[in-house]
Design a protein around this ligand. Sequence first.
Ligand SMILES: C[S@@+](CC[C@H](N)C(=O)[O-])C[C@H]1O[C@@H](n2cnc3c(N)ncnc32)[C@H](O)[C@@H]1O
Length: 230
Amino acid sequence: MTQETTPGTSSGSAASPGQDTAHGRREGPVSGSWWNRAAVQEFFAERASRWDSRFPDDGPAYAAAVAQLGLRPGERVLDAGCGTGRALAPLREAVGPNGTVLGLDVTPAMLEEAARAGRHRHAALLLGDVAQLPLPDACLDAVFGAGLVSHMPGPGQSLRELARVVRPSGRLVLFHPVGRRALAARHGHALTPDDVRAEPRLRPLLTAAGWRMLSYADEDDRYLVLARRE
Ligand SMILES: C[S@@+](CC[C@H](N)C(=O)[O-])C[C@H]1O[C@@H](n2cnc3c(N)ncnc32)[C@H](O)[C@@H]1O
């Protein structure tokens, strides 16, 4: 896997505010958040056309992560922060032609790239924010989120919003094709305890949001959290 070492990328989203980051420093739509929609859109728009070619070997890792959701034919799944839609084909394969796959992203340029790559054939592409999903309560069986956690505008609120749209016992996978330590090393900085992806931080956030963490893996070549809707 060849990856550019720019924080905020698909395999490089460990930036904190003040670094080269999608978020900038201004307040986001969520009170107290440093998330900034315009900065996120600008950051990913600039990278959208090169996104897939920068990470050409990630396909099997995405397919394996999708498999962790245990999707069945006919189920309904959201790819939250879908970007160029790298997970959409395996998600469609898992739910079959009678299932529902939604790919949602806040950056129009990423969705345009998804469509250009033909991934609108696998999913309905939605422009939107994970903190305010344009979806009714409990309408989904599962959510997949790759490279999303560190971009969430207020992780607690976003995880609650994801819980709102998933039925009881539905599943959530939070994934990244590079583990936290390898990612930090690549970017030349140390792991910090306030990283929202760290288990001691993420577990209580998930619990408070209505999820039960079932497994947590933070390995060199995979970050994967599986949770179930309470
Ligand atoms: C690191 S990229 C990952 C893209 C894709 N999931 C992948 O693995 O290739 C993060 C994506 O999340 C999107 N994003 C960031 N904040 C978001 C939000 N609040 N709501 C929806 N999408 C968001 C960005 O536009 C970007 O496409």
